[in-house]
Design a protein around this ligand. Structure first.
Ligand code: SAM
Ligand code: SF4
Length: 324
């Protein structure tokens, strides 16, 4: 479908949990968050009903996210269910990778089309400082397993001063030997992200170019969204940039979100949401659900309000609660 500004909306990010087995400093407080009660989290059957209603209005690609999606029990069964829905062409996953290796086979068998791993550093101590867990090897093993399996893989890194600026070229270098995309995502001032200064994509691009040579902007579209990709000399994979703060980001936005407690959010960075859980639990017929979703999505805001002061309608939850 098109929204009020003519943007094609064909991509839905579905958060399946607000729980996580890491505590990344920009996403989750050390002591965790007040969790959504289990009874308020959508069941797989309810998520599939929303995804089917979304497919009726033109959603073709689904990303399973969280919190950490792999901590939700039987997640492969949800992937299988969503993948089988009429109109859904691609189901992908974004994960911190800790549980990926042990689940990889069942995820692939369920029909998973691609996987994104979040990885901000290649140094075990810095990994622990950022995520509060000593688990770098697990993530690196998971990335290599996905590549060996032929599952399209991306690595997502959020550059942060005083944390990982020394790792950016090393991370980009993962795409030299491997056919994967390494993407740098500008820190957004959401939740704990407000405590960090955004490191702009241009800075990161210059630093990587200084190490690997001048890149060529890629004509190839890789993935679902507004990332810009570059090819570096001799690289098997590519390097991408998601410039949520410094770039023209919203004009090409094609996505909506579903939170784990069933709220439809047309924009990550705006508090406006539509409660679908009540409709699902009150037995609203599928076509009416679709219609309601379409009207709400049509009014998707022109742009995010992240640059505005707190309290101006900007989303005030943590990323782990919204579903990044
Ligand atoms: N746990 C999974 C993971 O880490 O991939 C999925 C959820 S996580 C919230 C999704 C992505 O959001 C991660 O790549 C994370 O780095 C990113 N993220 C979290 N907080 C952010 C912020 N304030 N600005 C930009 N990206 C953020
Ligand atoms: Fe968990 Fe992902 Fe947030 Fe890190 S970024 S705390 S892995 S949800």
């Amino acid at each position: 479908m098109k929204d009020q500004l003519g943007r094609t909306i064909d991509y839905m990010r579905i958060s399946v949990t607000d729980r996580c087995n890491l505590r990344c400093v920009y996403c989750m407080p050390a002591g965790g968050i007040r969790k959504i009660p289990h009874g308020d989290v959508l069941t797989f059957e309810e998520i599939c009903r929303v995804a089917a209603a979304a497919a009726l209005i033109g959603i073709e690609k689904i990303k399973i996210t969280g919190g950490e999606p792999l901590v939700r029990k039987n997640i492969a069964e949800l992937i299988r269910g969503v993948k089988q829905l009429e109109g859904i062409k691609k189901v992908t996953l974004t994960t911190n990778g800790l549980l990926f290796s042990e689940m990889a086979e069942q995820l692939a068998e369920a029909g998973l089309d691609a996987v994104n791993f979040s990885l901000d550093t290649l140094d075990a101590d810095r990994y622990e400082a950022i995520t509060r867990a000593r688990a770098l090897d697990k993530v690196l093993d998971a990335v290599d397993l996905a590549v060996r399996m032929g599952l399209p893989a991306k690595i997502n890194c959020v550059p942060m001063k005083n944390h990982n600026l020394g790792d950016l070229t090393g991370l980009a270098g993962l795409a030299k030997e491997r056919p994967l995309s390494v993407r740098f995502i500008e820190m957004m001032p959401i939740g704990l992200g407000r405590n960090f200064e955004t490191v702009g994509s241009e800075f990161v691009l210059r630093r990587i170019a200084a190490a690997f040579g001048e890149p060529v902007a890629s004509a190839r579209a890789v993935g679902n969204g507004p990332a810009l990709y570059y090819e570096f000399p001799g690289f098997k994979g590519s390097v991408g940039f998601i410039s949520a703060m410094t770039g023209e980001f919203c004009g090409a936005c094609n996505r909506v979100r579903l939170t784990s407690d069933g709220r439809l959010m047309p924009c990550l960075c705006n508090q406006k949401s539509l409660d679908l859980k009540s409709d699902l639990r009150n037995g609203l017929p599928q076509t009416e659900l679709s219609g309601k979703m379409a009207s709400f999505i049509a009014a998707k805001p022109r742009r995010h309000n992240l640059s505005e002061p707190k309290g101006n309608g900007a989303e005030e939850k943590h990323m782990v609660q919204i579903g990044g």
